[in-house]
Design a protein around this ligand. Structure first.
Ligand code: ATR
Length: 434
């Protein structure tokens, strides 16, 4: 059962649950709830089902045994409600005229309960939830059980969908060229998730105000891109161990007005790797933010060693000292031998400087070395071409970009979303856009 995220006042339930069986009753007890009002149709049974199932009957008995007063309040006819409730020893009201509160208030009075001690559980925002909020009662919105519904209800469902659409953002400066909206829209389309994703440019000094706005309008989460991956950190309530160690946050989840920060860049790189890291000899060129996230994720996978080559040795040392078996070298000492995985994390070779490479030659590289460039524009960099000319497999940064985004969505939706077909769809979309 999830606490509410969106803020639409009168139409927003206090809690969401997939089915009545998913309701967390210990939480309701903690919140002081004594009376439960259930809608019947599509909440306890599909509209076409006349009697409650054995599971529902047993479950209702268990709910009552927890000490709750249980009753049914339905807008349906006397016959429907009577037939459904017959033999259950449950108080019920038919033709309740929800969202009008008259029936809810009658129930509260019958059980001598204050309105805030009553919780309404139903599948419809415009009757159950609206009515509960109007009466200042708690409410739980559950997913409807069947779709054999008439036009009126279909229309209501459509409006509910618009109201419940989850919203996410990417913030940065500049943010105009961010491909995150395309990437995330493809994830939502693939999994049929009712969500949308936007982008917003923000100056450092406006971050606090932006966060307040996001809380107010019910944004569920956002990504952070250059230059705010560090700037966001003072505003977060909690930061994951990885993000703390990396010193940068690229994903924020908002739950009950609290901000939780994560960094998915390193995990994104590791998730897309086509070779194993355990016992591998890894060489990384560059010692900026991307190198830091990569080292953090790779070092956790038991490589034989990681050597960071950078023109400013102090930056490489700053990363290396935090980990075992990670070493810092000046870029002038670079040699491509004795290396299983070689990664460029610098921006050298990025469009429009496509003829540049961070390393002038890869003489002596084994063709078994797997080469990565985090750049994806152009799709084949000079560095990758040099490796391919020596017979190596070379990959650009597309997949890392995509996987870090999918992993961010996994954090927001709390389920695994990585899927090869989805990745291919996104690559094709991005290749046409970038
Ligand atoms: P990101 O966050 O994408 O990693 P960054 O923090 O700006 O970007 O880091 C860029 C890295 O590329 C740095 O390690 C930088 O080297 P310095 O630490 O010496 O600044 C490296 N880099 C940038 N331009 C370079 C160049 N022309 N030659 C070699 N290294 C370069």
């Amino acid at each position: 059962m999830k606490e509410k995220g969106a803020k639409m006042g009168i139409l927003t339930p206090t809690l969401f649950a997939e089915t009545v069986f998913d309701i967390d009753f210990s939480m309701l007890i903690k919140k002081g709830i004594k009376v439960l009002i259930f809608d019947i149709d599509n909440t306890l049974a599909a509209t076409s089902v006349k009697k409650p199932s054995k599971e529902i009957v047993e479950w209702l008995a268990a709910v009552k045994a927890k000490g709750f007063k249980v009753c049914f309040v339905s807008n349906n006819s006397k016959r429907r409600v009577h037939d459904f409730s017959d033999g259950l020893d449950v108080f019920y009201l038919h033709r309740a005229l929800k969202p009008f509160t008259v029936s809810f208030l009658r129930v509260a009075k019958k059980y001598n309960a204050k309105n805030e001690e009553v919780c309404v559980i139903g599948d419809q925002i415009f009757t159950d939830i609206w009515g509960a909020n109007w009466a200042k009662m708690m409410s739980v919105l559950i997913a409807p059980l069947s779709d054999d519904e008439g036009f009126g209800i279909k229309l209501k469902r459509f409006l509910e969908k618009v109201i419940l659409k989850q919203k996410f953002m990417v913030i940065g400066n500049p943010v105009r060229h961010s491909v995150s909206p395309i990437l995330h829209s493809e994830i939502y389309r693939f999994y049929n998730i009712n969500a949308k994703y936007g982008k917003e440019r923000v100056e450092k000094e406006d971050i606090r105000r932006l966060i307040e706005k996001y809380k107010k309008v019910g944004i569920r989460g956002f990504n952070i891109t250059v230059p705010h991956k560090q700037n966001i950190m003072p505003y977060l309530d909690e930061i994951s161990e990885d993000a703390k160690k990396i010193g940068a946050v690229n994903t924020v989840k908002i739950v009950n007005d609290k901000l939780f920060g994560y960094n998915t860049d390193g995990a994104g790189f590791v998730a897309q790797l086509s070779c194993k890291v355990e016992n591998a000899r890894i060489k990384i060129i560059g010692a900026g933010g991307s190198a830091m996230s990569l080292v953090n994720a790779l070092a956790a996978k038991n490589p034989q060693e990681i050597i960071i080559y950078n023109r400013t040795i102090a930056n490489a040392q700053g990363i290396a000292q935090k980990y075992d078996k990670v070493f810092a070298r000046n870029i002038s000492e670079f040699s491509p031998q004795d290396c299983d995985i070689l990664i460029n994390t610098t921006s050298v070779g990025l469009s429009p400087n496509v003829s540049e490479s961070p390393i002038s030659n890869l003489e002596g590289i084994s063709k078994d070395t797997v080469v990565y460039d985090l750049i994806y524009k152009p799709p084949i960099t000079k560095f990758m071409q040099m490796a391919m000319d020596k017979g190596c497999q070379a990959h650009n940064g597309y997949k890392m970009l995509i996987y870090q985004g999918i992993i961010a969505a996994e954090i927001w939706f709390g389920k695994s979303l990585i899927n090869d077909e989805l990745v291919d769809i996104i690559i094709e979309r991005l290749e046409n856009e970038v």
